[in-house]
Write a protein that binds this ligand. Structure first.
Ligand SMILES: Nc1ncnc2c1ncn2[C@@H]1O[C@H](COP(=O)(O)OP(=O)(O)OP(=O)(O)O)[C@@H](O)[C@H]1O
Length: 243
């Protein structure tokens, strides 16, 4: 099923066309990598889907009812099930892994519930911790985790919100080889149940993801298909790979 359909979307900033009649769709479940040179519009694309930037024209259709997300607030879009992970992890360093996850869990709870350890869905918390491989680190302060573990914790905090679509910005940046492998495994596992869009510059990482790739250039889709397919495309070589 198509979960998200971006259709004929354009946006310009002070006359500069950052996104130009872009169409893109992703199914549920699906894992998709989005690549492209600096300034291709990858971040702007995510800003539009999450409601941070309003496009000048076009539609962003969501879910079974094809609801148009354009014009909805960032909070409303997040509530519908769109989660976004920025490149830099933003976990609460002084809090334990457990408390970071507890704060993120989707439930009617206030901060005092977390402080007093009340009304926490322990089963779900452990499920998320196991999913991201941090079950043995629940009592450590998040600040003591490695860079890769912090990234996984943040992915866990997104999962705790039960999103249907996850937008993940450069997950491999700054990771060790072992952490990258763990991350590809994690994303592949999550993509069995979710729609996941990964923006990434690291081609070796994209190859390991083994998924369909969309190449953006000047705010448009330049090529789409397997990594082998797009990397043999002459236009892709000219604007991105061959430089
Ligand atoms: N708020 C803004 N105001 C003006 N120009 C903007 C704004 N946001 C993005 N742009 C411009 O739009 C173009 C697309 O930017 P965007 O950040 O989406 O590219 P990107 O593909 O994410 O690049 P990178 O790989 O470097 O992160 C760039 O030329 C950028 O300078």
């Amino acid at each position: 099923m198509t979960l998200l359909e971006v259709s004929g979307v354009s946006v310009s900033f002070d006359g500069f066309q950052a996104i130009d009649n872009l169409s893109f769709s992703i199914g549920e479940p699906e894992l998709r990598a989005v690549i492209g040179p600096n300034g291709a519009g990858k971040t702007t694309f995510m800003d539009i889907v999450t409601g941070k930037t309003r496009p000048d024209s076009g539609h962003v259709l969501w879910g079974e009812e094809n609801r148009n997300l354009v014009g909805l607030s960032e909070q409303a879009i997040a509530r519908l099930g769109v989660g976004r992970k920025f490149q830099k992890p933003t976990v609460f360093e002084a809090q334990s892994v457990r408390d970071n996850l507890a704060m993120a869990l989707k439930a009617p709870r206030g901060p005092f519930d977390v402080l007093l350890r009340r009304n926490i869905d322990e089963g779900r918390l452990h499920e998320v911790a196991a999913e991201i491989g941090l079950e043995d680190h629940l009592d450590r302060p998040a600040g003591a985790l490695s860079h890769g573990q912090k990234q996984w914790l943040e992915i866990g905090m997104l999962l705790a919100q039960e999103p249907r679509l996850l937008l993940v910005d450069e997950p491999a940046a700054g990771m060790t080889t072992a952490e990258r492998e763990h991350t590809t495994d994690l994303l592949n596992r999550l993509a069995q149940r979710h729609a996941i869009v990964v923006v990434e510059h690291d081609m070796a990482f994209v190859r390991r993801l083994g998924c369909k790739v969309t190449v953006l250039h000047e705010g448009r889709v330049l090529a789409e298909g397997s990594l082998d397919h797009v990397t043999q495309n002459k236009d892709v070589i000219d604007v991105y790979l061959g430089r």
